[in-house]
Design a protein around this ligand. Structure first.
Ligand SMILES: Cc1cc2nc3c(=O)[nH]c(=O)nc-3n(C[C@H](O)[C@H](O)[C@H](O)COP(=O)(O)OP(=O)(O)OC[C@H]3O[C@@H](n4cnc5c(N)ncnc54)[C@H](O)[C@@H]3O)c2cc1C
Length: 404
C-alpha cells in the first residue's frame, strides 16, 4: 500500500506551502478581506516574491480542488458586495472557462502533447531552450522569473504573461516547450489554464490577438525592479495558419445509480469529490489514484508531485500509485459500485481507459459523474470569456453556498 506515510514530503517546506486542506482554508481566510476593490485595483502588480499580498496565491489548492471554486467565490461574496468582489470572482471563473474550452476541444491537448514530444527531440533548439529554462538568457527580468518559477513553483499572472511573451516573440522559441516547462514546475500547473494561456500569448487563441511584453509595462508593474536590459520584440512571431477544431459535444455525466453504498475514487483534479459525492449517496470507503509513472514520464518536478500527493493523502486514507495497486483495491471492494469525479482533459483523463478496464475486469460498476459547477459552466465555453461570463450570475445564485 502506498498510502499512510508522507515520505519525502517537500510540500510543507518553504517556499512551498503546505498542501493540506487546513492550510488552504487558512490562506483563504487570510486573503478574503483583500478580495474586493483592493484586489481589483492592485492585482496586476508583480511586487516580487517577498510581497504577494495583492493576489491570493490560492491557485495550487484550487488546481486540485483542495479548495473549490464555489467555496472560494462564496467566501468572497460573504465579505464583499457583488461589485467589489466581481473582479476576483471573474478570475476564479477564468479557470473554469479554460477548463470548459479545452473540454470542448480535447484535440488541442493531444496535439500539443505530441508536438512537445517531437520538439524535445530537436537538437537544433536544445541550447536556446536550455538557456531559457535555466535563466541564462542575459535578459534580467526573464532570468529572474525562470529562477523564481523553478525555486518556488509560482509566478504572478503578469510575470507568466511576460515570460511567455519573451519566450515566444523575443527568444523565438516554440510555445509548446515553454508551456511544458511551466506545466512541469508550477504548483498550480494545469492542462487547460496553462496550455490555453500560452496559446493566447502566441496568438493562437483569438485570431489577430497576441500578447507582446514591453519594457515600459514590465517596469511599471514591477515597481522598476528590473532594468529590462534587452530589446524586446515589437512584432509578434508569425504563427502557422490555424483553425480551431470543431467543438466536440460534452459527454453526458453518468447517472448516479441506485446503490445505497458506494466507494469513491479521488484523482488530483478534484480532491473535494468525496465531499460532494457523499452529499448525494452513501460513501462507505474511498481511495485516491495518483499515477506516479505518468507524472515521471511527463517530467513533472518533484516539489509539484510531492505537493499533489500530500494534498491527496490529506483527503483519503489510501493513495494508489499505480494501476496494479488500484486493481487490487477495486477487486477487494465488497460493494460493486465505484464513483469518481470526471477528470477534465489532462494526464488523469488519459488514463481513463485503463481505469475503466480495471473496473470492468473486477465486475465493478464505475460511474463517472460531473459536478454541478462544471455541468453548468462548461457548455458556455464555446466562444470568448465575455460571453462565458454571462453564466456567472446564475451560478452564484444556484450553486454558490451549496457546497454539495
Ligand atoms: C502563460 C500563463 C500560464 C498560466 N498557467 C496556469 C496554470 O498552469 N495553472 C493555473 O491555475 N493558472 C495559470 N495561469 C493563470 C494565472 O496566471 C494563475 O491562475 C494565477 O496567477 C494564480 O495566482 P493566484 O492564485 O495568486 O491568482 P489570483 O489573482 O489571486 O486569482 C484567484 C484565482 O483565480 C484563478 N485565476 C486567476 N487568473 C487566472 C487566469 N488568467 N486563468 C485561469 N485562472 C485564473 C486561479 O485559480 C487563482 O488562484 C497562467 C497564466 C499565463 C499567462
Amino acid at each position: 500500500m502506498a498510502g499512510g506515510v508522507l515520505s519525502g514530503d517537500m510540500s510543507s517546506s518553504p517556499p512551498f506551502p503546505s498542501a493540506r486542506r487546513e492550510a488552504a482554508l487558512a490562506a483563504l481566510e487570510d486573503f478574503i478581506p483583500r478580495a474586493g476593490w483592493n484586489y481589483a485595483e492592485q492585482r496586476n502588480h508583480d511586487n516580487g516574491p517577498s510581497d504577494r499580498t495583492n493576489v491570493s496565491m490560492l491557485s495550487p489548492w484550487i488546481r486540485l480542488r483542495q479548495l473549490t471554486e464555489w467555496e472560494t467565490v462564496a467566501a468572497a461574496r460573504r465579505e464583499h458586495d457583488a461589485n467589489s468582489a466581481g473582479k476576483f470572482i471573474d478570475e476564479v471563473c477564468w479557470r473554469t472557462y479554460w477548463k470548459g474550452w479545452l473540454q470542448l476541444r480535447p484535440s488541442i491537448w493531444t496535439d500539443y502533447r505530441r508536438r512537445v514530444a517531437r520538439l524535445q527531440m530537436d537538437e537544433g533548439m536544445r541550447g536556446g531552450v536550455q538557456a531559457a529554462m535555466t535563466g541564462k538568457t542575459g535578459i534580467d527580468c526573464f532570468d529572474a522569473w525562470a529562477q523564481e518559477l523553478v525555486e518556488t513553483g509560482y509566478l504572478h499572472n503578469h510575470a507568466r504573461m511576460w515570460t511567455a511573451s519573451i519566450w515566444i516573440h523575443t527568444l523565438k522559441l516554440p510555445w509548446e516547450l515553454g508551456a511544458d516547462w511551466f506545466l512541469r514546475h508550477l504548483l498550480d500547473g494545469d492542462p487547460a489554464s496553462n496550455t490555453l494561456s500560452w496559446r493566447w500569448v502566441a496568438g493562437l487563441h483569438t485570431a489577430g490577438k497576441t500578447y507582446l511584453a514591453t519594457r515600459a509595462n514590465i517596469r511599471r508593474h514591477t515597481n522598476d525592479r528590473f532594468e529590462v536590459n534587452a530589446e524586446l520584440a515589437t512584432a509578434p512571431v508569425a504563427m502557422p495558419d490555424f483553425e480551431l477544431p470543431p467543438i466536440q459535444p460534452l459527454k453526458p455525466g453518468a447517472d448516479w445509480g441506485e446503490a445505497d453504498e458506494v466507494a469513491v475514487l479521488l484523482t488530483e483534479d478534484d480532491l473535494s469529490a468525496a465531499d460532494w459525492i457523499s452529499s448525494r449517496t452513501n460513501v462507505s470507503t474511498g481511495a485516491g489514484f495518483f499515477p506516479t509513472a505518468a507524472y515521471t514520464a511527463a517530467g513533472i518536478a518533484d516539489p509539484v508531485v510531492a505537493f499533489r500527493r500530500a494534498a491527496m493523502m490529506d483527503r483519503t486514507e489510501a493513495v494508489w500509485d499505480d494501476l496494479g495497486a488500484l486493481r487490487a483495491w477495486v477487486e477487494s471492494l465488497p460493494l460493486k459500485r465505484l464513483i469518481m469525479a470526471e477528470p477534465p482533459v489532462g494526464l488523469t483523463a488519459e488514463l481513463m481507459p485503463e481505469i475503466r478496464q480495471v473496473c470492468g475486469d473486477a465486475g465493478v460498476d464505475l460511474r463517472v459523474v460531473r459536478h454541478d459547477w462544471d455541468h453548468h459552466f462548461w457548455p458556455h465555453a464555446t466562444h470568448g470569456f465575455f460571453r462565458f461570463k454571462k453564466a456567472i450570475p446564475a451560478a452564484l445564485s444556484q450553486l454558490v453556498g451549496n457546497q454539495g
